[in-house]
Design a protein around this ligand. Structure first.
Ligand SMILES: [Zn+2]
Length: 215
C-alpha cells in the first residue's frame, strides 16, 4: 500500500493540461517536471514547459489516494483522465515512459490471445495499409477535441475561479523567495549598464540606453 497524489499540471497560457500521478510530494513532482524539461527532454510535456516557460505552470492536486500497486495507481489516474475526457488525454495529457510501459503491459496481459493470433497473420498490418486515412482521421479528431477541451477548460475555470485563484496565491506565497531571487538576477545590457533582468524591457526604453545608441 502506498500513497499517491493524482494531479493536473496546468498553465495560464493555453488550454493544454497534463494529468499524472506520483508517490512524491506534489512540490517535488512539479520540480521534477521542470528539471526534466531543463534537460531538453523530447517529451511533449517537457517541450511544452520550455515553450511556455515554467513560471506559467502550476500543479493542482485532484486526489490523494492509497493504492496497492502500479495497476491500481494507473486506474485511479485514468478515472481522472476520464473526468476530463479520456480521449483528450491520449492527445493532450502526455504520459511518462513508465506509464506508457505500464499501459502496454496491461494491454498485453488483457489481450494475450488476440496478440498471439495477430502475430501469426502475414502481410502488412491495418495500420500500414491505411496510413493516410489514419493520419487524416487523427487530425480531425484532434481538431474536434481541441474545441471540446477548450470549452471544458473554460467551464472548469468558470466553476473553480476562486479555487484556482487561491491556489495561485498560495503558490506565489510559498515560492516568494525563489521568485524574488529570480527577479534580482543582474545582467549587463549591450549599452554597458548593469540592470536587473526583470527590468530589461523598462531599461530598453530609458534615456540612458537610448543615449548609448545616439552617440
Ligand atoms: Zn542598455
Amino acid at each position: 500500500m502506498f500513497r499517491i497524489h493524482i494531479y493536473r499540471l496546468c498553465n495560464d497560457k493555453d488550454y493544454e493540461m497534463y494529468i499524472g500521478s506520483t508517490r512524491q510530494k506534489i512540490k517535488n513532482r512539479l520540480w521534477g517536471h521542470f528539471t526534466i524539461a531543463n534537460t531538453g527532454s523530447k517529451r511533449l510535456i517537457s517541450k511544452h514547459i520550455r515553450d511556455i516557460g515554467k513560471d506559467h505552470f502550476y500543479i493542482q492536486v485532484l486526489q490523494i489516494k492509497f493504492v496497492r500497486n502500479r495497476v491500481e495507481q494507473f486506474k485511479a489516474e485514468q478515472r481522472w483522465k476520464n473526468i476530463f475526457n479520456a480521449s483528450l488525454n491520449v492527445l493532450n495529457c502526455y504520459v511518462t515512459k513508465e506509464q506508457k510501459n505500464e499501459r502496454v503491459k496491461i494491454y498485453q496481459i488483457k489481450n494475450k490471445e488476440k496478440i498471439a493470433s495477430r502475430s501469426k497473420e502475414q502481410g502488412p498490418s491495418y495500420r500500414e495499409k491505411n496510413k493516410e486515412v489514419i493520419s487524416e482521421r487523427r487530425k480531425n479528431y484532434y481538431q474536434l477535441n481541441k474545441e471540446k477541451e477548450k470549452s471544458m477548460h473554460e467551464e472548469y475555470v468558470k466553476n473553480n475561479r476562486q479555487k484556482i485563484r487561491d491556489y495561485d496565491n498560495s503558490w506565489r506565497i510559498k515560492n516568494k523567495d525563489r521568485l524574488n531571487d529570480k527577479r534580482k538576477v543582474k545582467i549587463t545590457c549591450e549599452c554597458g549598464s548593469i540592470i536587473r533582468k526583470s527590468d530589461k524591457s523598462k531599461h530598453l526604453k530609458s534615456n540612458k540606453h537610448a543615449l548609448y545608441y545616439s552617440i
